[in-house]
Design a binder for this molecule. Sequence first.
Ligand code: B12
Ligand code: SF4
Ligand code: SF4
Length: 371
Amino acid sequence: MDAGTPSNGTRHDVDSYSEELMRLVRDAGADRVGITTAAPLLRARQAIEERIATGMSDDMQFTFRNAERSTTPTMAVQGARSIIVAARSYYSESSSEPTPLVAARVARYAWRDHYEPLRDALRVAARRLKQDGHRATVFADDNSIVDREVAYRAGLGWYGKNANLLLEGFGSWFVLGCVVTTAELTSNNRVVSDGCGSCRRCIDACPTGAIVAPGVVDARKCLAWLIQKPGVFAHEFRAALGSRIYGCDDCQEVCPPSRRGAIERVEGDERSIVDVLQLLTLPDDAVMRMVGEWYVADRNPRWVRRNALVILGNSGLGKNEEVELVLLRYLHGNDDLLREHAQWAARTLGRGDLLRDDSLQSDPRDGEYAP
Ligand code: B12
Ligand code: SF4
Ligand code: SF4
């Protein structure tokens, strides 16, 4: 038999094999599983090309680097015929960490690593497929494939106006991933119809007006991207950053189906808050340990510190002695970009006096770590 089960089997065999694979992924920890074909993701390709043409993709690489590749499953796995796609909840109501003087908020999907458990669940199906002689590769948040479109096509949910995929009955607090395989499987031939109706809360709640049309996020304004983007943090969005150090959840927090349907996942250690003053005084390796799996351009802690300085500027704690010491450290530092962000923070905190200090001309480093 060609590549195991069940290329010359009956429709019934294909159906039950597909069911069996979905069950394996569910049993291994996924909350929802579906199947679609490996046909090109043409709508996603068109959307990516439009975002590039209008400039809305900004400098993002990810799936935008090569739109043909990220929307052609057969380029990810040669001879691919089917895709098993899974969703896993990352919602956790709240975390019980102590609140530091200057607290920065982490978006829920990054409170702990949720991609690896999802990949583990998908690997169970991939192993079975390989045992049966098929090719099978797991992808989750990978540049090779546009996850939401695969999940949409497999009938897992609808695109909300906030561009997230909302699972029917459960909302959007889910990460998505898939197994692309050469096996022929039974696709879910259903499309979940729009569940947003006349609601537009996410559009109104977005702090920067980044949702420019239903389902269309202009990355140039989206805080989740601006936090990741290397370079100077755009002045016009510094106040809007508030206390976000990684990701932004506002367009999901306000979403009624996501509030109603969230599946609580309580397990393991979580980091929902970062101590900004601590972060700004740690050496490089400790900063990177602190942020763990976060996407940080070139794994350069400079971008994390840059964001932390903007948050410090938004803290309203200009009179605090510890805040002043940290600001001085960066105002005296030899990194021009960080110094500019520290100057902005000082001015925003009403501490322009710190900039007038003559000692700013000199470099006070004394062999200790200095930015
Ligand atoms: C690049 C990227 C980003 C970028 C750009 C986001 C974007 N909207 O494209 C930035 C950094 C901003 C980002 C932010 C976030 N991301 Co992100 N991101 C990705 C990544 C790597 C690629 C996405 C992509 O290719 N987009 C291409 C564009 C064209 O797709 P789109 O905006 O979804 O466009 C679709 C809709 O417009 C829809 N559509 C077409 N016509 C119409 C018409 C109507 C009326 C509607 C409503 C929709 C619609 O079809 C288009 C094509 O599929 C994926 C992982 C992956 N490999 O796929 C994760 C992914 C999309 N991100 C994810 C998450 C969790 C987030 C954040 C919630 C994280 C956070 N808390 O900060 C935010 C949410 C921001 C938002 N509102 O979208 C999850 C989403 C899970 C879900 N349930 O939807 C993914 C799938 C990662 C994963 N594997 O779980 N992300
Ligand atoms: S993630 Fe934040 S900034 Fe981006 S679209 Fe949603 S609410 Fe707006
Ligand atoms: S907030 Fe309303 S419009 Fe936005 S995604 Fe949720 S249901 Fe849809």
